[in-house]
Every structure is written in C-alpha cells, then in structure tokens.
Design a protein around this ligand. Structure first.
Ligand code: ZN
Length: 75
C-alpha cells in the first residue's frame, strides 16, 4: 500500500484591512507596522492595534491615519 502525501499549495493574497473594516474570516491577523498578532472573529470590526496604536495619531510613522490598512491575515 502506497501512502501519498498531498501537498496543497494555497495562494494567499496579501490583503490588509483598516480600522472599522469587517473581519472576513476568523483567524489570526498581524499588525504590519509592529508585528503584533491578534485573533479576530468573523464579523467583528478591526480595532486599533493596542500594541502600537496604528491608525491613530500616536501610531508608527506612516500608520497614523484611520484609513490606513495595516491588519494582515496570517492563518
Ligand atoms: Zn501594531
């Protein structure tokens, strides 16, 4: 009997989300500017990153606008 390993290669587009955007699927998301990872549930709205405050005027340089997309889906 031959056992086969099927390797699935999934293309993952680099999609980022801004504060107030709806979470498209439950999973882990990383804050791009600081690397903070948090789990969100589908249907929630993305918040400010509590680690670096991205999306506020106290956020990292280049991530101080509420419209900036910085949450990225991990898994
Ligand atoms: Zn952050």
């Amino acid at each position: 009997m031959i056992s086969q390993n099927i390797v699935q290669v999934e293309f993952v587009a680099s999609t980022q989300y801004a504060i107030g955007a709806r979470v498209p699927r439950t999973g882990l998301y990383v804050c791009v500017p600081c690397g903070y990872v948090e789990q969100f549930q589908e249907g929630e709205l993305f918040p400010t990153c509590e680690a670096c405050l991205a999306g506020t005027e106290n956020g990292p340089e280049g991530f101080q606008e509420e419209e900036v997309e910085f949450w990225e889906f991990v898994s």
